[in-house]
Design a protein around this ligand. Sequence first.
Ligand code: ZN
Length: 663
Amino acid sequence: MRFLTFILVVGMSAGLSAQNTAEQPLPKLERFSVDLGDKSLDPCADFFRYSCSKWNKANPIPADQPAWGTFNALGIWNIAAVHETLEQAAGSSQRTPVEQKVGDYYASCIDEAAINKAGIKPLQPVLDRINRIKNKSELPQVLAAIHQTIRPANLNFLEAQYPGVLAGIYPAPDFDDAGKTIAALDQAGMSMPGREFYLKDDAKSKEIREKYVKYVAQLLALTGTPQAQASSDAQTILRMETELAKASMDIVLRRDPKNLNNKMSLQQLQALTPSFNWNRYLSGMGAAVSPQYLIMAPDYFRGMEKLIKSEPVEHWRTFLKYSTVRSMASSLSQPFVEANFDFFARTLSGTQEIQPRWRRCSIYADIDLGEAVGQAYVKKYFPPENKARMLEMVKAIESALDEDIDAQSWMSPTTKKLAHEKLRAQVDKIGYPDNWRDYTPVEIKRDDFVGNVERASAFEMGRRLSLVGKPTDRHLWGMTPPTVNAYEDPQTNTINFPAGILQPPFFDAAQIDAVNYGGIGAVIGHEITHGYDDQGRKFDADGNLRDWWTKDDAASYDKRDQCIVDEYTQEVPEAGVKQNGKLSAGEDTADNGGIHLALAALTNTLKAQGKTLDSPAEGGLTQGHSLDRYRVNNVIANMPEFAHAFGCRTGQPMVRENACRVW
Ligand SMILES: [Zn+2]
């Protein structure tokens, strides 16, 4: 598993509007402005409202989006920029091999009439294979055929679960020897986003499950199952997925890498699931047999064994058929797309309308051929001078952490030395990969969209499995260039910033340092801090899961961490839930450390220019959006620098009496 961690900065106080008209193909990118703050409000009472309410009022959630903030708006802008390059590649006659692939992929996707005419037909070969299952002993080879047809999951979201079919297989650095890549096997039995969707007993959860069963029946009926049979099959699916959900490891336990580090020989793995022959599965996948496998959630495989034993073969045919169609539904004809949208977007995330087809096709092109699609995007929208300025900021923030480590009175010289070493060994990846992935073996046809998805997916699965048994490559990317996000990966000891987030309002070449340190600087600091949060600190400079802290230092760390956990464990009245500070401890530590380090780096940078923070400039701090208000208010209430800048007094809400501080 890659321990990828994300920034979740949603909604900064910068405006961004997203019209998309014929006269103006790209939405307008607005810049950061201090005028976005509501000057009639007291920043010391509720900084989130002060900085975001004006923007939020002016920018309601668009009907085709689940949420809205400058983060989402930049995502829409990026995909519109990608769309421009795809249209160009689709229409041009003089094309490079890369342009042929991305252009024809896009052309095949935008041809909705052809996709509607084909219906379920393109999936028929794999569905026929599933229908021919006579005996449960055939499950492994059929599962391998499915795993080479559907899109492999995005490896960046594994803290929750691998959203595949029954089981996931992917390359992962060995927890104990990160320089080596081994094959990980993971839980993947749920179609809904997490265990609680199956297990919670409140009225809302029950209602969602009722709608889910209707959706399953609808999907099965669309594939040709008679209606009455489809309805009873849907109950079977819910029951089987519920059993697998019960066996799955929950999200809080998955945050502790120790729980995932279960290495087994093939023989030991086989003993967990006597009814599922892993040799047959691996040979069906074309995966070499390895001396050891990383079994992320052994209990899940025990549960899978129980279910294989207890359910008759016809239920397994239904389970695999449904899971395969569900995985591909968004790429099939209109009725599948609509059914899929209605449940997963409208019911689960409240999105009212489906996005226009050109945008969905641009997103699929980015998912399936990301490092081919990203080349034109980067050439046009991420010039070398932006990369140079970004690298300068990263270095300044790393220096700030070096100074911060030295200044900690609670850390011993031994631990400090190792912390510096870890920081020095970190690889900073900015914008896009040094070597682009070669998609030459993927055949892309202008008139076969589903086939293109299947061939790109099989290629990606093969590429991932080819990494197993090899030295870990620290220069591979887990996100595509136009992605609006960033991550830190403690096992490769890297921080990664795709070009997609290095755009206004986060990074803006036209803005002064104060604005950029407040925007992307806080993100850089956030990612660097992840290497030293409750999770990241368990990995050493080489990315190994090894405790390099003295006992006393670890105890002091935990005490500081607990302050953050307590501060963020709070009722969220708007959502009717209680935030679990233990679940978000890593992110909260990174939010706090990130802004602190960015501010320190900005101070150093200004000093070198003969200036100080008191030279007139306001704002520049990263702010949250709607329920994220605690991410904003808790962070700044922990910062005496904030109280100083805004003249806040002791006792005001934004001045915390016992401020928390890790980094
Ligand atoms: Zn994060």
